[in-house]
Design a protein around this ligand. Structure first.
Ligand code: HEM
Length: 493
């Protein structure tokens, strides 16, 4: 009897404790009322369940309703501000870099991949030193230079040959696009390139895609990563584990054949730097920590650029009249000669098309999360130090306040001087703005320019006969990529 009584008392007290926690969290959430407005959060989960299938569209609806800066809750405690206006973004990120250049790690990503050495998830002196190191290493291996141009052109030739192998039959370009872009990165980071049919390479690319797909706001583990310790979520860690192992193996193999007199790639440079460092610097450049920077280069550089090329293809297949102009410009200016980076400024229509693909494709629909170094006031709202702040690039790139007819694909919006020059409006920011902006921008631009100009010099791209136009609504993960589609690459004689 007394045992029964004590059981029901303990059930009862567990119930009371649960209700108290529930109410405390709810009231706490509701009490942070100095923050910008936003949709009403649910207790415990916040707004996590309200993103729907297309989070970027939902956030834009909230922006419409609540304004230029809004508050969302990821779970009970994580407050996330979304900056939805371009001018406000510039005023915060570009004009006050000391205040808004902190990085707030995405827990799902740092739960799976180490943050230390990654650059992307770091702050303070370590971030500064390692970001500088990464830019120098990328430049040393060709970013913005002729040596990388040669590597990209070699890969582009292989890419075009792979496209030709489909003999004008319908194919989904994703496979060859992913292979070409990953090979360019692997070449400078690890000194390797792979055959497109190599099963190990296929597995690597599959895991990369899965990882990006998982990092979508609509997935609960993005907001509450500890959920991944539950048995039914454990498999979600596998892509990150695979990518991590791949990079660690590269470092191990490089250590076995390392020769300080012959620095072959960025991995070797990392090992050399670790050897040369004095004690003070070693804490930043120890290869046992810095291997994560190689992971960043591979993860940040491969999928983003591939998705851009895929958007380029889908828009060119959909808008034949734009493709005709792109091909005509290439033919008129190059007269059959192979494109080089020196031709970039002579191909304004191509450049304007690239901008328009990036604007409407919105590969990065948002920046990675920033944070404020100090408590501050934005638009009259008091923002506590360290609050998570995202820039809504999708909204900024489609805001009717800044773009005429924003949902229409029209490269000419970027042209001035009778189409002879390209103008880049300040509201166009596909690589982010301020101190945290993408450090691989010039490498990505080289890849897009060389791969696409070479391709359209050699092929006309059409939708397969009898097929409807592709769906231009994106698949949303960490980036926005087109849904699978098929095209025919018709060789031009
Ligand atoms: C078209 C391709 C690409 C796009 C659209 C893109 C876009 C972006 C965006 C929007 C950010 C976040 C900026 C912010 O948080 O404010 C970013 C950060 C970053 N990107 Fe890219 N990126 C591309 C290619 C690359 C490449 C090729 C690399 C390197 C090889 C790279 C490396 C990085 C790194 C390391 C960061 C973090 C910088 C930091 O936190 O200091 N990205 N990128």
């Amino acid at each position: 009897m007394s045992l029964l009584l004590s059981d029901s008392v303990s059930d009862y007290s567990a119930y009371i404790v649960f209700v108290i926690i529930f109410l405390t969290l709810y009231l706490r959430q509701r009490s942070i009322n100095s923050l910008p407005p936003g949709p009403t959060p649910l207790p415990i989960v916040g707004n996590v369940l309200s993103y729907g299938k297309t989070p970027y569209k939902r956030i834009c609806e909230w922006a419409e309703k609540f304004g230029d800066i809004i508050t969302l809750y990821q779970g009970p405690f994580r407050v996330v501000l979304w900056v939805n206006d371009g001018q406000l973004a510039i005023d915060m990120f570009q004009k006050q870099p000391d205040l808004f250049s902190q990085r707030n790690p995405v827990p799902f990503m740092t739960y799976n991949m180490a943050a230390e050495g990654s650059v992307v998830w770091e702050n303070g002196p370590a971030w500064k030193a390692r970001r500088r190191w990464m830019i120098t290493a990328l430049r040393h291996f060709g970013m913005g230079k002729r040596s990388l141009e040669v590597k990209i052109k070699t890969e582009t030739d292989i890419f075009c040959q792979e496209a030709a192998n489909y003999h004008s039959n319908p194919f989904n370009p994703q496979h060859i696009v992913n292979c070409a872009v990953a090979n360019i990165i692997c070449n400078i980071a690890f000194g390797d390139r792979y055959e497109y049919s190599d099963p190990e390479f296929q597995e690597l690319l599959q895991n990369l895609l899965k990882f990006f797909k998982q990092c979508s706001l609509k997935n609960i583990e993005m907001h509450i990563p500890s959920i991944m310790s539950l048995p039914m979520f454990k498999h979600k860690a596998l892509p990150a584990i695979y990518l991590t192992e791949f990079v660690r193996n590269q470092v191990k193999k490089h250590k076995e054949t390392f020769d300080p007199e012959n620095i072959r790639d960025i991995t070797d440079r990392l090992l050399a730097e670790g050897e040369m460092c004095d004690k003070e610097e070693k804490k930043f450049f120890n290869p046992d920590v810095m291997w994560t920077s190689l992971l960043t280069i591979f993860v940040a550089g491969a999928e983003t650029t591939s998705s851009t090329l895929m958007w380029f293809f889908i828009y060119m297949a959909t808008y034949q009249e734009v493709q005709d102009k792109v091909r005509k410009e290439i033919d008129d200016v190059l007269d059959g000669r192979k494109p080089t980076m020196a031709d970039q400024s002579s191909l304004p229509y191509f450049e304007a098309t690239t901008y328009e693909v990036q604007r409407l494709g919105n590969i990065a629909g948002a920046t990675l999360p920033h944070g404020n170094a100090q408590e501050c006031v934005v638009k009259g709202y008091k923002i506590p130090k360290g609050t998570i702040i995202n820039l809504n690039l999708y909204r900024i790139h489609t805001d009717p306040k800044y773009w005429d007819d924003p949902m229409t694909f029209d490269p000419s919006r970027f042209l001035i001087d009778d189409g002879k020059k390209v103008s880049k409006p300040k509201m166009f920011m596909p690589f982010g703005i301020g101190r945290r902006a993408c450090l691989g921008e010039s490498m990505a631009k080289m890849e897009i320019f060389l791969v696409m100009t070479n391709f359209f010099q050699r092929f006309k791209l059409i939708i397969p006969e009898g097929e409807t136009l592709p769906d231009l609504d994106p698949l949303v993960g960490l980036t926005m990529s087109p849904k699978p589609f098929k095209v025919c690459a018709i060789p031009r004689e």
